[in-house]
Design a protein around this ligand. Structure first.
Ligand code: ZN
Length: 136
């Protein structure tokens, strides 16, 4: 059961969405600058990874801290109100993420998860960490 009114929920969601709307673009353009080429939102792969670097057989998911329940992150906390709505939804998201990651690994992909808060905090650090792992 959804305890949010329709209006209230769409308000909350659009707020969250606007915060989340560009981290994958920011990361993508930084990786591009560093010489990586990628495809975006590849529907043919499990979970529709945000960035796919075929040359390196690597996929990158840019996870919004809220939607993917980032542990020990203030943005990843479950809302105190309307937990009847949020808890199952967020658990469902986490399980789905795990399933997609397992499938990708089975297909031989290296799977990298990047958290939105890390991109906001220190894009350069995130990009250089990724570079090391991707090239390894
Ligand atoms: Zn976070």
């Amino acid at each position: 059961m959804d305890v949010f009114s329709k209006h209230k929920r769409s308000e909350v969601m659009s707020k969250i969405r606007s915060l989340n709307s560009n981290p994958e673009l920011i990361l993508g353009s930084e990786l591009f600058r560093l010489g990586f080429r990628y495809r975006k939102n590849v529907k043919a792969l499990p979970g529709k990874p945000d960035l796919v670097l075929s040359k390196y057989k690597t996929v990158i998911f840019v996870h919004g801290c809220f939607w993917h329940s980032h542990m020990n992150c203030s943005d990843g906390r479950t809302p105190k109100s309307n937990q009847v709505y949020w808890i199952p939804k967020l658990i469902h998201n986490t399980r789905r993420d795990q399933v997609h990651q397992e499938k990708l690994k089975e297909l031989g992909w290296k799977v990298l998860i990047v958290w939105e808060c890390d991109i906001k905090k220190d894009l350069i650090k995130v990009a250089s960490k990724l570079t090391a792992i991707i090239r390894n």
